[in-house]
Design a protein around this ligand. Structure first.
Ligand code: GAL
Length: 510
């Protein structure tokens, strides 16, 4: 008995015995402007952007070259207003200063047809609150996004998932009741007494709000959804002030009798045609688990991102944790991603998260080692995936924030070129991803898929980085050496090392 338990305990060792290294150095006191260098908005639409910036508060913000109709709150760094009705590009010089120093940064505001020029970033409540989500928890999510520094690193959307509408047939007064009003308008359940009040609250912080529905009659959790009310619901969402819609197939399977490409596309085409006609920009996230190779047509039907796989929270671990399985599937689809069109391998489930198979259980720390969690974030960043944390915003510990808010890692994800990393090597033990960045910079990730620490080697040829170019360790934000004919690094079990070859002669990309 005793003997048989030893191997079991030994296999737990890597997870528990490891002293987690905090890789991301703390931000300095002087301001540093983060976030993407490009931002898309449709002509004549409302604009809201909180300049992501680390550094000791108070910080004084400036912005030169803003389009007419947009103004800056110099104390909060929130840009707001309505952009001109004509297409055009504005080169805005952002500035930030405090007692410790100053920083400047160019932001290109592109008034045109394309939203989400870089992958959307934010928080979605699903994997923490499930059917328990309330207005209060969403507000707490927004508060934590600011207080934790996540917004300063670039997180922006605060998105409600399933369970805000009414559940047909439920006798629970909190979630039941007539699903629609006298004119067919969708009604919230009692846990969301004032949707406009909620989005006003989120917007007052310079953040954006997201909502969820299904093209079927009910959502996956059996709450009322948009079937035969598509236009009306989209207008309601816009009137409530939402900036993002996740549209989840769910019960649409009972409407679409056949499994044809046309059937897969129809509901998304319908909603994708409605959203650009609304009086505010709504980023459109398709959630149908990859059916009909959605990555091939998601953008054509108006989507800005599309889930490429089933739910990550339900993915069973194999030799590797579930995120690796999902990530490896998503990594193959690199050629389909680009500005305004992103492959979505589902949310970041690190830190404290609820259990998708046992949703009533309280959220708890995930069963991933620190190295695995760094790998998760690195993989999503290199794959230009939307970065949505879905863990508990009220339990953001030091390690979780260290993983979520590394501005050099996030800069790889938010790079304006919008390329998804391609796989240059994948076998049982190793994965190497290479992501070309704007201006000739290159990022690459060395993932150790094996059960022990390992030396990993890449050649200059594999990465496209010329011999002699300087490399930065993106996690530790410091110089790592030079690319030779090849480059070698020791990588922890299931862990990662990420390097950037910055544009020569230019300050480090971020
Ligand atoms: C699933 C979806 C999840 C979550 C859930 C809500 O279909 O993939 O991300 O939205 O529905 O019920």
């Amino acid at each position: 008995m005793r003997l048989s338990i030893i191997p079991f305990l030994l296999c737990l060792l890597p997870a528990f015995a490891q002293q987690a290294e905090l890789r991301t150095p703390p931000p300095g006191k002087a301001p540093r402007i983060n976030g993407p260098s490009v931002y898309g908005v449709r002509p004549g639409k409302p604009f809201l952007y909180r300049i992501p910036c680390t550094g000791e508060r108070p910080v004084r913000f400036t912005a030169k070259g803003l389009p007419q109709g947009i103004s800056l709150d110099g104390a909060t760094g929130i840009l707001s207003g309505k952009v001109p009705a004509r297409k055009g590009e504005y080169r805005v010089q952002l500035g930030a200063s405090n007692g410790a120093g100053k920083d400047g940064r160019l932001l290109r505001i592109v008034v045109g047809d394309t939203l989400a020029l870089t992958p959307p970033m934010g928080w979605n409540d699903w994997y923490t609150h499930y059917t328990r989500i309330t207005d209060k928890l969403m507000r707490q999510g927004a508060d934590a996004m600011i207080a934790s520094g996540m917004a300063d690193a670039g997180y922006q959307y605060v998105n409600i998932d399933d369970c805000w509408s009414r559940k047909a047939g439920s006798t629970d007064p909190e979630i039941g009741g007539e699903p629609r009003g006298p004119n067919g308008e969708i009604l919230t359940n009692a846990r969301f007494p004032d949707m406009k009040g909620l989005t006003d609250y989120i917007h007052s912080k310079g953040l954006k709000a997201g909502i969820y529905s299904s093209p079927g009659p009910a959502t996956c959790a059996k709450f009322v959804a948009s079937w035969q009310h598509e236009e009306q619901d989209a207008r309601t969402f816009a009137a409530w002030g939402f900036d993002f819609l996740k549209y989840d197939w769910c019960t649409y399977g009972s409407i679409a009798k056949e499994k044809s490409l046309v059937a897969f596309q129809t509901p998304y085409k319908l909603m994708g045609g409605i959203l650009p006609r609304l009086d505010r920009d709504v980023v459109f996230n398709l959630c149908q688990y990859g059916m009909g190779d959605v990555w091939k047509w998601g953008a054509e039907v108006g989507g800005h991102s599309w889930r490429t796989t089933g739910d990550l929270g339900l993915e069973k671990d194999s030799r590797l944790p579930g995120f690796y399985t999902i990530g490896l599937r998503n990594a193959k689809l690199h050629e389909f991603a680009g500005p305004g069109r992103w492959n979505d391998p589902d949310y970041l489930l690190i830190g404290t998260v609820g259990d998708a198979r046992n949703q009533s259980a309280p959220p708890k720390p995930v069963a991933l080692t620190a190295d695995e969690q760094y790998s998760y974030m690195s993989m999503w960043s290199l794959m230009a995936a939307p970065l949505f944390y879905s863990g508990d915003m009220n339990h953001l510990d030091e390690l979780t924030l260290n993983i979520l808010t590394n501005t050099e890692i996030i800069a790889i994800n938010q790079d304006a070129l919008g390329r998804q990393a391609h796989i240059v090597r994948q076998n049982e033990d190793e994965l190497v991803l290479v992501k070309p960045l704007e201006g000739g910079a290159v990022a690459f990730g060395l993932f150790n898929l094996s059960q022990a620490p390992r030396k990993m080697r890449v050649t200059a040829k594999e990465t496209g980085i010329k011999d002699g170019r300087e490399l930065r360790d993106a996690w530790r934000q410091k110089v790592a050496g030079k690319m030779g004919v090849d480059f070698e690094a020791t990588v922890a079990r299931h862990g990662v090392e990420v390097f950037i070859a910055p544009v020569q002669g230019r300050r480090q990309t971020r």
